[in-house]
Design a protein around this ligand. Structure first.
Ligand SMILES: [Zn+2]
Length: 277
């Protein structure tokens, strides 16, 4: 079996990729990536990701609603980030229609955020998160989870709904929780490209069960060099670091992570999808 590198969580629809999105993707393919899972946040990015995935086989579409976008109608007027106003109900129905047509590889990004927004939004965030998890389970799709400052609550909800195909992206909670959830629930953890400068990601790379580790970038964020734009090709460095930490050959580390990717996400051919959006 050929093995490839994978980036299971990236945002190539971000405005910082507007001028060179295709060069960035070409560099990733050149570096050996077989899967670039683009995660949607809102109606605009969800639709752009579907278009990109139809054009480029290595781009795999995950559609979701970012936790703060899920409460777009509750954000204060002086909220520092640009968030489009949209109806989450109808966006969930759009995502459902894509799942029915087998146009998507996963549900994400979705989850809970307790860093950017306050407690008054938690109940509304949880409602959207629960609906997206239920949709994923119904269509046997993985869920890619954002869990900032709300890791334990995310896990409670995922467990109570019986979610098995789960990837926690850029997990910032306690490493002992990651360890337990990987072992007991079979959940996956995708490690970003800045692992060499992060004590907790280094710890996760060296101690999580080897069959539960994935790589991601969260590009343009979380780059290996602070302040520099990140891109999917940087997962290659994370796989090299995983090999170093475990005393493996790089080829073995690559094979392990690619096997994990296939186990969670399965084979997916965007060209097989039938309908257009
Ligand atoms: Zn993200």
């Amino acid at each position: 079996m050929d093995s490839w590198f994978c980036d299971v969580h990236t945002h190539l629809t971000h405005e910082r990729f507007r001028d060179d999105q295709h060069q960035v993707i070409a560099r990733a393919i050149e570096a050996g990536l077989g899967a670039i899972v683009c995660n949607g946040l809102n109606p605009a990015s969800n639709r752009e990701i579907l278009r990109l995935a139809r054009a480029i086989p290595q781009v795999k579409p995950a559609l979701g609603i970012y936790p703060t976008d899920a409460v777009n109608d509750m954000l204060p007027d002086d909220y520092p980030y640009r968030v489009d106003r949209f109806d989450t109900r109808s966006e969930i129905e759009f995502i459902r229609s894509c799942a029915v047509k087998k146009q998507i590889i996963a549900i994400g990004e979705c989850g809970l955020d307790g860093y950017l927004v306050g407690e008054e939004t938690f109940a509304a965030q949880e409602k959207v998160f629960e609906e997206l998890i239920a949709l994923a389970i119904e269509h046997d799709l993985p869920v890619i989870v954002h869990s900032r400052k709300r890791e334990v609550r995310c896990a409670e909800i995922l467990s109570s709904l019986g979610a098995k195909k789960v990837d926690f992206h850029c997990f910032g909670g306690k490493t002992k929780h990651a360890q337990k959830w990987a072992e007991d629930n079979g959940w996956y953890f995708s490690i970003p490209a800045n692992a060499r400068v992060s004590e907790s990601f280094r710890k996760m790379l060296s101690s999580l069960p080897a069959d539960r580790i994935l790589t991601e970038t969260d590009a343009p964020y979380m780059g290996p060099v602070r302040g520099e734009r990140n891109e999917p090709a940087n997962v290659v460095g994370t796989v090299a670091f995983l090999a170093e930490l475990r005393g493996w050959d790089t080829a073995d580390a690559k094979k392990t992570v690619w096997g994990n990717y296939l186990r969670l996400f399965g084979e997916f051919d965007s060209g097989n999808s039938t309908a257009t959006s």
